[in-house]
Write a protein that binds this ligand. Structure first.
Ligand SMILES: [Zn+2]
Length: 164
């Protein structure tokens, strides 16, 4: 059996004697990509597979309703980190929505930092930096709709039309 070039990493490999049509080498990254590609293709082409994949986690959750609650209790650091990450994702989503629903054309990320100095800083727990957000939003002035000119009134500063 001859050597082949891996579909993903382009490295030469020797196919398994049990997998004569093997096109991907045995490296973990390449195998991971192969399985992910297979899953993606199968999801797109096979409705039954799609249903099973959709229902499987749902069934597992109904059999294990307290799993995540217990996981969070056993792993508070992980739960805290997940909460922070979710808040970050929520913030990003709000910013994206804002960017899509505003007349502001240029929303830029600011890498501004706030430093607390002096004796009070020594008491800060773990020297954590507090996440801060500054949003600069320009309010549009209220515009009054112009009053329709009355047929009896001539607007100030406008000469009467001699042709009228
Ligand atoms: Zn490979």
């Amino acid at each position: 059996m001859g050597e082949r070039c891996c579909l993903y990493c382009q490295q030469i490999f020797r196919p398994s004697k049990f997998q004569r049509r093997q096109a991907v080498c045995g490296e973990a990254d390449c195998q991971h990509r192969r399985r992910a590609d297979y899953h993606r293709r199968k999801l797109a082409a096979d409705p039954e597979y799609r249903d099973v994949c959709r229902d499987s986690p749902r069934k597992w959750r109904s059999r294990n309703p307290d799993y995540w609650k217990q996981y969070r209790q056993k792993n508070p650091a992980s739960a805290d980190r997940n909460r922070e990450q979710q808040q970050l994702r929520d913030r990003k989503r709000r910013l994206r929505n804002l960017a899509n629903n505003t007349s502001a054309l240029d929303l830029k990320h600011s890498a501004a930092a706030v430093w607390l100095v002096g004796p009070g800083a020594a008491d800060l727990a773990n020297n954590n930096s507090a996440p801060a957000q500054v949003w600069v939003i320009e309010a549009l002035p209220h515009r009054r709709a112009p009053l329709p000119p009355s047929c009896k009134q001539q607007p100030a500063g406008v000469a009467a039309d001699p042709a009228a």
